[in-house]
Write a protein that binds this ligand. Structure first.
Ligand SMILES: [Zn+2]
Length: 101
């Protein structure tokens, strides 16, 4: 691929351009698996793990469901499913990338 900043050719997996030092598209999407797991475990009711991984829409939905008592019946099992899928490694960010372990 080519650097967005200086236009020189760089390695496809490079996080930073070796010519000008500007970060490439590769690095900002790295989301930590551990962080997602902890956020889901402690703040899952507020959709924190979904906000973190870029699923903002469904994060807001979880938050709203949790703060309404009837909705919490739905959000509880949903967050448990999220927690299991993070543990299994099948939970991805909104742009389809796997979480970095
Ligand atoms: Zn560059």
């Amino acid at each position: 691929m080519f650097c967005k900043n200086c236009g020189k050719e760089i390695d496809d997996k490079a996080a930073v351009c070796v010519h000008c030092g500007v970060a490439t598209n590769n690095s900002p999407n790295e989301k930590s698996w551990v962080a997602a797991l902890l956020l889901c475990f402690f703040l899952g009711g507020f959709g924190a793990h979904r906000f973190y991984t870029g699923h903002t829409g469904t994060g807001v939905l979880q938050l709203v469901l949790t703060i309404t008592l009837i909705g919490a019946i739905i959000s509880g099992p949903w967050i448990l499913i999220d927690l299991i899928s993070i543990l299994c490694g099948s939970f991805k960010t909104s742009d389809g990338k796997e979480l970095a372990k």
